[in-house]
Ligand binder design. Structure first.
Ligand code: GRF
Length: 216
């Protein structure tokens, strides 16, 4: 099996990146984490990636004239490294439509809400303020509009009356670490297609956790 060379793009602590790295250690995992890229030189996740023996690259966005220049450099590096799949994992930069199109259906993102509810920031605060009973996370293909694109996996968790944003956020994050590796496994194994902007999965049994988490 030829493992798909995968790049993970981060800006911060990189816990989803770590979940992907751990999952990819399994011999039968169809992707290898070949590169971790951060747009912030001090992202904590960079140290974690280096400790795991993964090649890292810092592309400090402040050193580029504009978004296009940054994205062109990012794209060139991804190509030099023969990357097949890109995973955005807490990557806090909007990508240009040009880059998104170049990686169409090969670039995925994890977002801490049940999209299309609560795109953008502060999703846990907003979920509590809205009074929703369920909240969660989504892995989706990246499209030019922020936090949009065909949905691969979602996990739902309950919102409890005494929840703070932090408590709710940790409950969601545990599920992120389950569904992101599951989605990468599916994409890298070629068992998924996008038809009319909806994801079709070949004979996939979703991990139970990816439907609703009973473990609060
Ligand atoms: C996660 O909540 C992810 O869903 C969002 O940003 C956060 C990144 O956390 N896109 P980490 O860096 O993976 O720990």
């Amino acid at each position: 099996m030829q493992k798909k060379r995968t790049a993970v793009l981060i800006s911060g602590r990189g816990s989803n990146m770590s979940a992907l790295i751990s999952a990819a250690k399994a011999p039968d995992f169809p992707a290898e984490i070949a590169l971790v890229v951060s747009n912030r030189p001090n992202a904590a996740g960079l140290g974690v990636a280096r400790a795991a023996g993964i090649r890292t690259l810092v592309l400090d966005h402040k050193e580029f004239a504009d978004r296009i220049a940054f994205d062109a450099s990012l794209d060139a590096h991804l190509r030099i490294e023969s990357i097949d799949i890109v995973c955005l994992a807490g990557f806090m930069r909007l990508l240009t439509p040009w880059l998104v199109e170049r990686w169409r259906n090969r670039m995925i993102n994890i977002h801490p809400s049940l999209l299309p509810a609560f795109p953008g920031l502060d999703t846990h605060e907003r979920a509590i303020a809205a009074g929703v009973r369920f909240h969660g996370c989504t892995v989706h293909f990246v499209r030019a509009e922020m936090d949009s694109g065909p949905i691969i996996y979602q996990a739902a968790v309950p919102v409890l009356p005494e929840d703070t944003a932090d408590v709710l956020g940790s409950r969601v994050l545990r599920q992120e670490h389950v569904i992101y590796p599951a989605a990468l496994r599916l994409l890298a194994s070629g068992r998924m297609a996008v038809e009319e902007e909806r994801v079709q999965i070949d004979n996939a049994r979703m991990p139970a956790e990816a439907v609703v988490s009973p473990k609060v």
